[in-house]
Design a protein around this ligand. Structure first.
Ligand SMILES: *[C@@H]1O[C@H](CO)[C@@H](O)[C@H](O)[C@H]1NC(C)=O
Ligand SMILES: *[C@@H]1O[C@H](CO)[C@@H](O)[C@H](O)[C@H]1NC(C)=O
Ligand SMILES: *[C@@H]1O[C@H](CO)[C@@H](O)[C@H](O)[C@H]1NC(C)=O
Ligand SMILES: *[C@@H]1O[C@H](CO)[C@@H](O)[C@H](O)[C@H]1NC(C)=O
Ligand SMILES: *[C@@H]1O[C@H](CO)[C@@H](O)[C@H](O)[C@H]1NC(C)=O
Ligand SMILES: *[C@@H]1O[C@H](CO)[C@@H](O)[C@H](O)[C@H]1NC(C)=O
Ligand SMILES: CC(=O)N[C@H]1CO[C@H](CO)[C@@H](O)[C@@H]1O
Ligand SMILES: CC(=O)N[C@H]1CO[C@H](CO)[C@@H](O)[C@@H]1O
Length: 442
């Protein structure tokens, strides 16, 4: 999230949607995992044994029969993709109907058909979020605690199956470690919204062991490993260690997987210019920078007119292009079509919106949320025309560098955030290189 430090820390963190995690403190729900997928792994978790109320879907085929994706020429070919938000890392606004049974959610939220549809939409990558609690690390893999309380483990077999689906549909995978022990950005739902304790104790070392486990077990199944999503580098505890973590994480990947996996880091909300001359050849190879761009998580941005939103996107391309040309390959790994924060609970479960004044009292009100989010049947033609322009203005950022990944493929009830609904509603083209407004930034 592109948030400016003029806001209180709570608000700043309150906007960090991508990092937010639905707190799951119900009893351990476990049960049948999908039939053991093809895993390329020697260390697969034992099947959870608790009561299950759902059966894995019939589609849980263990065998990859489709074509392997052709090799991707990283740095030359443009990454075009979608995030699979709300799947293995739950976010209350993507699926506000809290999944009663996680197995059922993992089994149904994204299916093989979604992978086929993503491929058919001309995309070549999916970025998949995973939390540390889903990585079945054992005491043989780490000298640190392996407890994941209060989270619910068990997503790993579903992740393996998803990797097979990606392969079968010739899609490349960016695996994104979206939640680390202690929380790298304050949304760890340890019950302390705002506390980012990842830098404390053995959390960082434990995270490196998790990175090692992922590369040892998923080598050949993923193309890019993003070492950590959105650490809040503007706090001293995390700002002082994040650079070292990127370097150590890079070494772990190279030690365990050689050069087979690209490594992705983030700007940690410090701006890409903070990462000049960092992890470049010959110190490192195959490293990407991931930059996220949203325009709705503070009052200054949400106050922008529609034209100003378009205008806001274009200079981002200049900054990132200039960085990518002399530093790391760079992608814009999260961005969306939303110009309001009207999507239900996008600011947190039970939290209102800046747009209609329901977030907090004594702040500006911009209007009713009607027609801005929710079902696209409520969207006016003018709004849909704008959404197309806005999509094109932002996609150009990524096309000018090494690529882009939209947030997110599907949502339960916020069509302004949904790539799938954009295709359906016509504000996202069936061929992502089509342009109706080719000179939008000139
Ligand atoms: C998967 O492959 C194995 C070995 O090739 C074969 O024995 C098995 O029947 C296959 N399973 C399915 C569901 O196709
Ligand atoms: C591979 O993908 C195709 C197209 O989506 C699908 O028809 C087929 O069933 C898939 N095969 C497996 C083994 O998942
Ligand atoms: C745990 O610590 C011992 C002693 O320092 C070391 O030899 C071993 O490699 C460590 N194991 C892991 C999984 O880090
Ligand atoms: C983390 O690991 C490094 C290298 O093994 C070690 O020197 C350091 O003491 C560890 N830190 C903690 C807090 O465990
Ligand atoms: C399994 O992973 C290793 C690296 O961890 C890789 O060398 C190998 O090619 C992978 N095998 C398959 C079938 O993907
Ligand atoms: C867009 O940006 C340009 C250059 O900064 C400025 O001159 C123009 O007024 C802006 N247009 C809008 C609608 O904000
Ligand atoms: C293809 C592959 O590596 N399959 C393995 C998946 O994990 C199980 C359980 O460890 C192994 O028995 C399979 O050989
Ligand atoms: C029925 C059953 O196996 N329940 C177990 C579910 O998991 C918890 C935590 O591991 C156990 O305490 C229960 O006995």
């Amino acid at each position: 999230m592109l948030l400016r430090p003029v806001f209180t820390c709570w608000l700043l963190l309150g906007g960090s949607i991508a990092a937010r995690q639905c707190r799951l403190v119900t009893q351990l729900i476990a049960g049948n995992s999908p039939q053991a997928p093809f895993n390329n792994s020697t260390n697969v978790p034992s099947t959870p044994t608790n009561v299950s109320t759902s059966q894995p879907s019939q589609a849980a085929s263990p065998n990859v029969t489709g074509t392997d994706p052709s090799p991707f020429n990283y740095g030359k070919d443009i990454i075009r993709g979608v995030n699979l938000g709300g799947w293995f890392v739950l976010e209350p606004w993507i699926t506000p109907t809290r999944p009663r049974c996680l197995q059922n959610h993992w089994d149904t939220w994204i299916t093989q058909d979604d992978f086929a549809a993503i491929k058919a939409a001309g995309l070549n990558h999916v970025r998949m979020q995973v939390g540390y609690w889903s990585i079945p690390i054992t005491s043989a893999d780490t000298n640190y605690t392996t407890s994941v309380s209060p989270y619910i483990a068990g997503a790993w077999p579903y992740l393996l199956r998803a990797l097979n689906w990606a392969k079968n549909n010739s899609l490349h995978v960016i695996l994104d470690l979206h939640g680390a022990p202690g929380s790298q950005n304050g949304f760890d739902n340890s019950g302390q919204r705002g506390a980012a304790n990842w830098g404390e104790g053995s959390n960082v070392n434990r995270t490196l062991d998790i990175i090692r486990f992922i590369t040892e077990n998923l080598g050949g199944m993923i193309d890019v490993l993003e070492l950590l999503n959105e650490p809040v580098g503007y706090t001293p505890n995390i700002g002082s260690i994040i650079g070292q973590y990127w370097q150590d994480g890079y070494q772990v990947v190279r030690q365990t997987a050689g050069s087979a996996i690209e490594v992705m880091i983030g700007d940690a909300f410090l701006g890409v210019q903070n990462w000049e001359h960092f992890l470049l050849y010959p110190q490192a190879q195959g490293v990407f920078m991931d930059f996220h761009e949203y325009q709705i998580f503070n009052y200054d941005q949400i106050d922008l007119s529609l034209d100003e939103h378009l205008n806001y996107s274009c200079p981002v391309a200049d900054t990132l292009t200039s960085y990518a040309n002399s530093n790391l390959f760079t992608i814009i790994g999260e961005w969306s079509n939303a110009v309001t924060d009207c999507a239900t609970w996008v600011n947190g479960r039970g939290v209102g919106a800046r747009w209609d004044g329901s977030l907090q009292p004594n702040q500006p009100v911009f209007g009713s949320c009607d027609g801005w989010s929710g079902d696209m049947s409520t969207f006016s033609d003018d709004y849909k025309t704008f959404l197309r322009k806005y999509w094109e203005s932002q996609v150009e950022i990524g096309e000018n560098i090494q690529g882009w990944v939209f947030w997110t493929w599907k949502t339960e009830s916020a069509d302004d955030w949904s790539y799938q609904k954009g295709l359906e509603g016509g504000w996202i083209p069936q061929d992502p290189t089509d342009r109706m407004y080719p000179n939008i930034c000139s």
